[in-house]
Design a protein around this ligand. Sequence first.
Ligand code: RVP
Length: 502
Amino acid sequence: MAFYFSEPSHTFGEYLLVPGYSSAECIPDNVSLRTPLVKYNKKAGEVSPISMNIPMVSAVMQAVSDDKMAIALAKEGGISFIYGSQSIEDQAAMIARVKAYKAGFVTSDSNVRPDQTLEEVIALSEKTGHSTCAVTEDGSAHGKLVGIITSKDFRISHCKPGAKVSEYMTPLADMVTGQEGITLSEANEIIWDKKVNQLPVVDKNGNLVSLIFRKDYATHETHPLELLDSQHRYIVGAGINTRDYMERVPALLEAGADVFVLDSSEGYSYWQEKALKDIHEKFGKDVKVGAGNVVDADGFNFLAEAGADFIKIGIGGGSICITREQKGIGRGQATATIEVAKARDEYYKKTGIYIPICSDGGIVHDYHITLALAMGSDFVMLGRYFARFDESPSNKLVVNGNYVKEYWGEGSNRARNWQRYDLGGKKSMAFEEGVDSYVPYAGHLHDGLGMTLRKVTHTMCNCGALSIPELQEKAKLTLVSATTISEGSAHDVVVKNTNIQA
Ligand code: RVP
């Protein structure tokens, strides 16, 4: 006989938090949102090999996570999982671009030889958009440094045609340089002491390694939570599938990917178990692979045993997702999160291993993030939320007089990503499980995310929590009736300002 869950499943919108005691120390500035990304032996006192500074990752979707989003989100302390519904080469190139970005250390893309002309400098600057060119003996990015030339060094109308770079550049002898291995803070000290706008970093043979710009250090200072690896490069994740992982994983590792996730609407499967085991066997346990999605304890335990480094929760709750309508599978996101969190805690008690869990999809209001964390999620994955910002890969359009961005599901015809939904077998003549849509444009990620996180930290303080584990321990959650929900919005008044962002 079929199994029936005794309770109906619920969504985030059906829950509220009841405040707990908030002490004088409980102020948003004191709240830490640091959270583990991958499993670790908590009982033995270990820490997670990868943690994030904010509990948010961007969805494995064409309309959400490319290299630009990955850099922008890592600057804020989170991680993007770059979409896998593209060729291995294209995905690896995106990963490589994130890793090359290297907070503050820029590989120069505007390089000239001393014997080139000023006209060539201008043409190069127009092409790259950068007004500073490194002058190297052979004109390459890592050639022997001989000088720097910027657009401020010459007025082309006052120079004779064909004038050479060597006549106008600042020669090496008059420049300040940093030695390879210098830290960003040390470089910044030199930039300020010597009143220069950029500092070339050279190796012991005088070859150019990178450039550090004064303006980039300012960016670094405005992003105190940025997420960097041991070599000061941004941390980045990648979505993979259960078919070509033996080729995709090594290529993405080579490009510098820090963590993977098996991207599927249904994770409780032979294919995910096989992929996890094969990857860990072939490439080693240090290769971190999340898996999912699941919506109950059985699914969690299965993936935990298979070796998942973190586990994603959610079927059919995504804003663009029509899986529930098409296939009749899924579960309310709140109920799924609560049950999986309980299974995670039991697994930890039994084994000492803490496996982070991620509530994926269905975050509509900012407060849903706090609810998901309170219910036991270590971090959340969002698609619609991130698609709205300048940094997402999709087009910005004007529709009915409003700015919008395009947002489409990975299971939509547009994404043509049927492999993700066919349980690992051969490509099926699949039906659509996602829609193509517009979402309201929301400006720069930094501004929008800042506001969202302020709401999260304020609510945590209302619950008396200064960290995510403390929130999970102290939170008091209540199911609410439909009338309680309508009582919670403005009611019985005519609202003047309808621009409040929830
Ligand atoms: P949302 O944040 O509500 O937009 O949901 C994003 C999530 O929806 C993704 O992380 C993924 O799990 C799921 N998704 C992506 N594409 C589709 C689909 O086409 N059905 N669903």
